[in-house]
Design a protein around this ligand. Structure first.
Ligand code: ADP
Ligand code: ADP
Length: 237
């Protein structure tokens, strides 16, 4: 489903973010990537979605090379990949439902979406997504009126409305308190289990990784230093 072949990423200033990574992640896995700040976790997720260009190797998504894809082909692959960020990345002044509808943009012409014209089916998808993360009653409230945890659930609903097959979550709970952290991680686990969405989450707490992951990948200085089931992960990874 996701395959990294000999992937390296060097930044323009010479910093190596990733060094010769080989990995395969199967459909429906719940993978947590752990590592200290600077280990390469963000670089890994940004590479998978091609938010930046890798400098060596190739990444395949469901057998198709995202590294080589262009134009419509690239957009088609990206549609299957939803992103969740530490800082939520919502349009703060827009309503919750408009934020969720942003997940539908890749399915329509630019003009339609600029004008905010989404078909009824999209509205239904958005409302269903909000229901799944238990914030349906917030649909018509401005996004910036919600708590951090609720905003993150809007971001998850956006990925659901996108009908993504893969979720890449980059430190999704880093700015949340422990209770909200649990709610957001529970939502991610629920949609992984119920919808079979392949999930990759960056975390810097091994305890949280243990609680949720089916597989843990440990990164250090851009290299994989551990890859295995939760039971085998020590505090050293
Ligand atoms: P995190 O550790 O949470 O992944 P950082 O604080 O390292 O995030 O990075 C924040 C932003 O700064 C990101 O956009 C990242 O790409 C960029 N960045 C990180 N390290 C450097 C660096 N050495 N030089 C330039 N930009 C950097
Ligand atoms: P993590 O997400 O594990 O904190 P990152 O992927 O953000 O790690 O960073 C990996 C390495 O790449 C670090 O040394 C970081 O400083 C560097 N880095 C990240 N973004 C940039 C950037 N935009 N420019 C230069 N170096 C960067």
């Amino acid at each position: 489903m996701i395959e990294l072949r000999n992937v390296s990423k060097s930044y323009p200033n010479g910093t190596k973010g990733l060094n010769r990574i080989n990995l395969t992640i199967g459909k429906g896995e719940f993978v947590v990537i752990v590592g200290l700040s600077g280990a390469g976790k963000s670089t890994m997720l940004r590479s998978i979605n091609r938010l930046h260009e890798i400098t060596e190797g190739e990444i395949l998504i469901e057998g198709k090379s995202i590294t080589k894809a262009k134009g419509a082909g690239l957009r088609r692959i990206r549609r299957d990949i939803g992103m969740v960020f530490q800082s939520f990345n919502l349009v703060k002044r827009s309503s919750v439902i408009r934020n969720v509808l942003a997940g539908r943009v890749g399915y329509h012409s630019t003009l339609r979406t600029v004008l905010g014209l989404f078909p009824k089916e999209d509205i239904n998808l958005a409302l269903n997504a909000l229901e799944r993360v238990n914030i349906l009653e917030k649909a018509y409230i401005r996004a910036d009126q919600l708590s951090g945890g609720q905003q993150q659930r809007v971001a998850i609903a956006r990925v659901l409305a996108q009908q993504a097959k893969i979720i890449l979550a980059d430190e999704p709970v880093a700015s949340l308190d422990p209770l909200t952290t649990k709610q957001v991680m529970d939502d991610l686990r629920k949609i992984n289990q119920e919808l079979g969405i392949t999930t990759i989450v960056n975390l810097h707490y091994i305890d949280l990784a243990r609680e949720y992951a089916t597989r843990i990948i440990g990164l250090r200085a851009g290299e994989v230093v551990f890859d295995g089931p939760v039971a085998e992960a020590t505090d050293e990874v």
